[in-house]
Each structure stands twice: as structure tokens, then as C-alpha cells.
Write a protein that binds this ligand. Sequence first.
Ligand SMILES: [Zn+2]
Length: 395
Amino acid sequence: MQKATREQTKAHNKTLVLNTIYKHQDVSRADLARLTNLTRSTISEIVSELIEDGLVTEMGYGQPAGGKPPVLLEVDKEARQIIGLDLANDEFRGALVNLRGEIQERVNAPVSEHGGDIALERVFELLEQLIYLAKKPVIGIGIGAPGLMDSKKGIVHNAVNLDWENLPIGNILKERYHLPVYIANDSQVSALAEYNFGENGNVQNLLVVKIGRGVGSGIVLNQQLYLGDGCGAGEIGHIQIDAAGIQCRCGNYGCLETKISSRAIRQRVKDILLSNPDSPLHAYSDTGSALSMDEILKAYHAGIREIVDLVDEVGKNLGSALAYIVSALNIHRVVIAGSVSSLGEGLLTPTLHRFQACTLPILARNTAITISTLGDDIVILGAAGMVLQYELGIF
Ligand SMILES: [Zn+2]
């Protein structure tokens, strides 16, 4: 093993101290020495540097334990800004985010029907607007994108909806804007959003399943986003759930995505409307032939039988899939996100029942499954979380 150089040790210690201040808030230099096992003089030196960088501020005095009252430190959340982009939505969405994941400016752009270079131009426009709006130094660009990608090289291998194939978007943006660029799948970054800014406290491991037009998941293991050997970790949408099921856009049959995605749910509702002219569901449709997710939600809350049954079935299929993943990873904290998660308790109850019935009781007992509270911003926040982690070592 190579010995760390002095510079490496120093950089490591600085990151450790910054991360400790970020996690604990209101800490004194003495607390930091205790929490990090570094000497008081090393802490003093690093804290001075962090104050000089503007990343940390002295915020007042704490309770004295005898002697002088200690000076408390905190990370100045407004010291830097991060650009987060969500390219996995019906429209491209971008935002400037502060160091605590608070969104300060938003810019949206329609997704071009043509995809390809025109879609890339839209990304440039979004970024240029956000860079113009930035009031503090921008530390990097984080991107949550759909499809398969090599996050380590910043290459989108295949994003069908955007017509991108082997696009080295990381390098293109780095050269154009001279900023660090990080990219991952939208479901993967959703896990980082929950981990950094969600209601999960200081967990070590976390699984987030994102159910929107597609289905995917993100896995945080030992406080780090786990990408897998080929960057495809969590790609659960195409696990076969029903061998006799309908054909999926991937070519196989009965994939999870054909059972629980918003696309699948809307198609099922469309089939009900077409096959049953007397269904009370027709009252919820503007067009008479299809329902949006919002309209489906209204019909569900009104107790329309066909929708209640459909949501129950979606929940059961989700529960079966979770049984596999949680059994493989033994993660205690699971969060459901994406547009389908707006079905709330109605989705969660059958999910939990099926999950409990399909796993070892002890695994099921210790696993908490909840609905995300981050809403539509989850990908933007996760993309920003990636920059926070890789640029400042905050996780
Ligand atoms: Zn499939």
C-alpha cells in the first residue's frame, strides 16, 4: 500500500472537518477534535482555512463547560451554489441550489421532439441561464439523466427518449463551462437526494425506488451512491414479474415497468375506459379516452372501484419486487419516489402486505418503507447532492 502524502492527508482531514461541521451544526473546535480524533492544533488550522474559504462561519457562543464559552461553527450554506439538472422529466428542469439543498432559482425548457443535437442545445441554454443567474461561485454541475450511462466517464450510452447514443456529455460540458460535471441515472441520483436532503437522518444504507414513466432504483451503501460494476446498479424496471405479461419497450415480456410505471397505469385505465362505456371513470376524463396521473389520483380518492383495484395490484407487484431487492441487500430504509408515489397510503398498504408475505419475517420487521417527501425536485436535488459529495466531500 502506498503511503499517503502530506498533501493527501491534509486534504482528507479538511474534508473530514467540513463534513463533520455540516452533519452536526453548532459544533465547537473542541467538539471537532473529539468527533474526528484530530489534534486541537490541526483543527484550529483547518477551521481557519475553511473560514478563509468562506465555507464555514463562526455563529456565536455555546454553553461554557467551565472557563470560556466555546465559539460555535457552521457551514455557510450560501457560500457556494450548485447547478442541478433533471433531464428525465417531460421537460428539462434546472436549478441553482445552495449547500443545504434549498432551491434558489429554477429554469425549465421544453424537451425537443427531435432529440439529438437539439436536445443538447436545450441543455446548453438551461446551463447558460443558470450560470448567468448565479450569485455565488458555482462548484459544479450535477445531472440526473434517463437511460444507461457510464457515470465514471460521463457518457450517456443510451437515452432513447432523447435520441442520445454514446454522448460524452460530461466532457462536452466541462470544456464548454470549465466546471466539474457529474452525471448519473435519474433513479440513482434520487437515492442521493433522499440521503442528503430527505427525512432519513444519518442512515448508512438506503434504497430509493423511483416510479414514473419508467421504473428504476438508486442504492446508497455505506453513505456512498453505489453505481455497480457497469454503472447499472438499481436498474430494476426490467425484472420479469409476469412471464405471461405484455411486451415491454425493452423487448421482453412482463417486466416490472409494464406493471407499475405511470405509463402502464395510464394504459390500463385507457383499456378500462375503452372496454366499459358505463364506467364511472369517464366522469374523470377530459378527453373521454385517457386519464392523466392527477385525474387517476382524483378517481382513486373518490373510491372508484376499478382504480382502487388497480392501485392495489400495482402495490402488490411493487411489494414482490421489493422483496427481492431488500432480501439481496438487507437495507432497512426504503423510500418510494416518482409520480406514482403520489398514490400515497393507497399504494403503500398493499406494497407492505405483499413485501411482508414474500420476505423472511425478520427482514420485513426491520425494514421501513415510506413515500418520499421531496416531490418533483428529487432529481435536481440528487444531482446537486452528487456535486456536494464529489467536490466538497460532504455526504
Ligand atoms: Zn422491459
